[in-house]
Write a new protein. Structure first.
Length: 180
């Protein structure tokens, strides 16, 4: 029998908000000039959302130590949606691999996953390129890391229609709508 894989989206699914957006807003309140500069470029559409996320991730990698990122992961962990956690638990056997998969930066996504005793991956740097785990990239990542020939794609949950291709490859899936 193959091991089950469950995939859980972070932002606006397991969390009732966007963790990347929340961190950007907190940086804007601190008047971080680099963040403000790229934020203005993004608002004026002179930087794409991918360029913005890549720039913020690089900036935070240089700016923040593990203590800050651990604290942010702990804040996120406290805010997790209990209903979603219950849904995941009800679809989890003792040998199931729960994967927190997010377009948000890997620098804190893996830390949140570790707190949950899951595995996790967020958008990350692969050599010189930035891999944005969004839409089809999530499907590519999961099928490379956990080939369908070796794992049962059992349960997936996400709030975003951009994840429909991901949800479609799982036996059970939910397009989650947060109550907010």
């Amino acid at each position: 029998m193959m091991r089950r894989i469950n995939v859980i989206d972070l932002d606006s699914t397991l969390l009732p908000y966007d963790s990347f957006g929340w961190l950007v807003k907190s940086e804007l309140k601190k008047f971080d000039l680099f963040v403000w500069w790229f934020f203005v470029l993004r608002v004026l559409r002179l930087a794409s959302s991918l360029e913005f996320k890549k720039a913020m991730t690089l900036h935070w990698l240089k700016k923040y130590d593990d203590d800050f990122l651990d604290n942010y992961a702990n804040k996120i962990y406290k805010d997790l949606d209990k209903k979603v956690l219950e849904l995941v638990d009800s679809n989890t056997l003792t040998d199931t691999i729960n994967v927190l998969l997010s377009a948000s930066p890997d620098l804190y996504v893996q830390k949140v996953a570790k707190l949950l005793k899951w595995t996790g991956r967020g958008s990350y740097f692969d050599k010189e390129s930035f891999v944005n785990l969004y839409s089809q990239e999530k499907v590519n990542w999961i099928s490379t890391k956990y080939p369908l020939s070796e794992y049962e794609y059992y349960f997936a949950i996400s709030d975003s229609e951009s994840d429909n291709k991901l949800l479609d490859i799982f036996k059970k899936s939910i397009l989650w709508k947060n109550d907010k």
